[in-house]
Design a protein around this ligand. Structure first.
Ligand code: SF4
Ligand code: SF4
Length: 351
């Protein structure tokens, strides 16, 4: 389990378990959910439409064998049902906000009954952006319910009437791979539900989503030029396990993700000028666009670009290999001196 989320989860469980620290426990739960939701937001914002219905681990055992958009739908349908049919005893967000129509979903269930091709075609039908908005609406409504809970509520249990209400809502398929959920939820007390589905269930599925998106990035990069537009080498980049390269639609490099349109300004500028990379540009030394607008370490990237203009991309890869054999470093900026020319000199010396 992701270390940060695991620690937050443990802290939250401990705080919630005692009456005196219960309110702090709810704050910790909301904070954990915020942190997890940031990951979903980043995926929803930064990946191309096709990424959401790919199943790169098809047939595997585990939550990562699903698609990204299925995972989003599933996490929040379950939460919506539990939060509103069981705890709040009011109307699910799906119905109150007309989200089935907005998301273009052919179903109102949790999706547990879907497998293989059925799961992929369901994922293709969904409007991903609307599903993300539905997720956010469910999260906000649940946070409101969580904030109103008292320590005494933790002992609340559920009845056959509760089970019947869920079944009658049609929100859980009667397929054997789904219908067990009703007993699973209703046989817990409310404290148990805080774990599944309000925290641990999120962690498990969001970690699986991270595996899916990382795998998609790896697949996208196969056979693609490993030198980024700015001059960095994707093969030696500390983000290589999470980024699909600025030469594919799976670009999740830091500069692309913080640009409003999700495109790195250096990549956009090169494309506009018809250049293979900034290493073909005469203005590179003075340029302050995108990645080159960052602080004092930017010179190292420019040194690499200028080195490419002199010796080509393959030679830069060799020099980076040589540097990694000699020293332990995460970012190349750490070993390329204090200015462009010093960086160039270090690269030259390591040919
Ligand atoms: S952050 Fe830039 S250099 Fe690193 S893998 Fe992504 S595109 Fe390549
Ligand atoms: S102007 Fe800057 S960002 Fe654009 S191609 Fe030249 S060096 Fe790259």
């Amino acid at each position: 389990m992701n270390k940060e989320w695991s620690e937050m989860n443990k802290k939250m469980q401990t705080l919630i378990g005692k009456e005196t620290s219960f309110p702090e426990g709810i704050d910790a739960l909301i904070e954990l959910r915020e942190s997890l939701f940031e990951q979903i937001t980043s995926i929803a914002k930064n990946y191309p439409a096709e990424a959401f219905y790919q199943m790169p681990f098809a047939g595997a055992e585990g939550y990562h064998s699903k698609t990204l958009v299925y995972s989003m739908w599933h996490i929040f349908r379950i939460e919506d049902i539990v939060a509103h049919e069981l705890i709040g005893k009011d109307t699910q967000v799906l119905f109150a906000g007309n989200w089935q129509k907005k998301t273009k979903s052919p179903i109102i269930t949790t999706g547990n009954e879907l497998h293989d091709e059925g799961l992929v075609s369901f994922s293709r039908e969904l409007d991903t952006k609307a599903v993300f908005e539905y997720c956010r609406a469910v999260k906000d409504a649940s946070d409101g319910i969580l904030r109103k809970l008292t320590y005494a509520d933790l002992k609340r249990t559920f009845t056959d009437e509760d089970k019947k209400r869920i079944l009658d809502s049609g929100s859980v398929s009667t397929d054997e791979s789904a219908v067990w959920l009703i007993d699973y939820w209703c046989d817990k007390d409310l404290k148990g539900l805080l774990k599944m589905p309000f925290s641990r269930h999120w962690i498990m599925h969001i970690e699986a989503m991270c595996r899916i998106k990382n795998k998609l990035c790896h697949k996208a990069k196969k056979g693609v030029d490993q030198i980024a537009y700015c001059g960095l080498s994707c093969a030696h980049c500390f983000l290589k396990d999470y980024c699909g390269s600025c030469r594919t639609p799976y670009n999740t490099c830091s500069y692309a993700t913080c640009s409003p349109d999700g495109v790195c300004p250096n990549a956009a500028c090169c494309k506009e000028k018809g250049l293979d990379g900034c290493y073909e540009c005469d203005d590179i030394r003075e340029c302050k666009r995108g990645f080159y607008s960052l602080g004092k370490e930017v010179h190292a990237i420019k040194s690499m670009s200028l080195f490419i203009s002199r010796h080509g991309k393959r030679e830069l890869q060799t020099v980076l290999e040589n540097l990694h054999k000699k020293q332990v470093f995460e970012k190349v900026q750490e070993v390329l001196g204090d200015d462009i020319d010093q960086g160039l000199q270090i690269l030259e010396e390591n040919r």
